[in-house]
Design a protein around this ligand. Structure first.
Ligand code: E4P
Length: 222
């Protein structure tokens, strides 16, 4: 499974990239604005931070077909490989995903709220589909809808990967990993919550304390 970081916080991405085996980074226009920096500068920082084998996902901002294609072509040239263009599944977006497929531009179909939207985008040649798990909970069960999408692709043997997005808690991620999802993109705070547990810190403290009491030192070797 691909573990992706959903953020443009360079410091936290750096830290998590050292702690975990990370496939790449997803952003969207809102995430880039949250960095508090010029978006193009943050994109440059992300490109420098990631290894060439890690994937970077940048979303188009323009919403009309021509505009999406203009930005998609530019985004796809930002790196020699592993550069993905995120395109929302609007009418113009779906058309653009088809054209990108013809032009060999890698895409991630985003802002997906139903399994059907995702399935249609997959048929158009999207490489990844991003169902908005938490946001979908306003309309139904985001986890179950995402499982339906995984099943639709499996039954029809479509190779498009589902990268579940818009997570707000570890439970949502847990359920989809258990269901065999191909990829998840997780915000830094949720990913830290997946890693950290207070009981682990307490257990390590106990080991050190007992060791020190018995041997009057803090290390294994003298
Ligand atoms: C990532 O691809 C999505 O754009 C992101 O997960 C959306 O997250 P949000 O629902 O927190 O805005």
């Amino acid at each position: 499974m691909e573990l992706i970081i959903d953020s443009a916080d360079i410091g936290k991405i750096k830290a998590l990239n050292e702690l975990c085996t990370v496939t790449g980074v997803t952003t969207n226009p809102t995430i880039l604005t949250q960095s508090g920096k010029e978006a193009l500068d943050v994109i440059d920082e992300l490109i420098s931070l990631l290894s060439p084998d890690q994937k970077l996902f940048i979303q188009v901002v323009k919403t009309d077909y021509e505009g999406i294609m203009e930005e998609a072509r530019k985004i796809s040239k930002l790196r020699p490989k592993n550069m993905y263009v995120k395109i929302p599944v609007t009418h113009d977006g779906l058309k653009a995903i088809k054209t990108c497929k013809e032009e060999g531009i890698h895409t991630l179909a985003t802002a997906i709220y139903t399994a059907e939207q995702g399935f249609i985008a997959a048929c158009n040649g999207a490489d990844y589909l991003a169902p908005y798990v938490n946001r979908m909970c306003n309309y139904g069960d985001g986890v179950e809808t995402t499982k339906d999408l995984i099943e639709m692709l499996r039954v029809h043997q479509i190779p498009t990967k589902v990268v579940a997005a818009s997570f707000k808690n570890t439970y949502q991620v847990h359920e989809l990993i258990k269901a065999g999802i191909q990829a998840v993109t997780v915000p830094c705070d949720v990913l830290f919550n997946m890693i950290d547990h207070p009981a682990t810190t307490i257990a390590v403290g106990e080991f050190t304390m007992n060791w020190q009491k018995a041997y009057n030192r803090k290390e294994l070797f003298k």
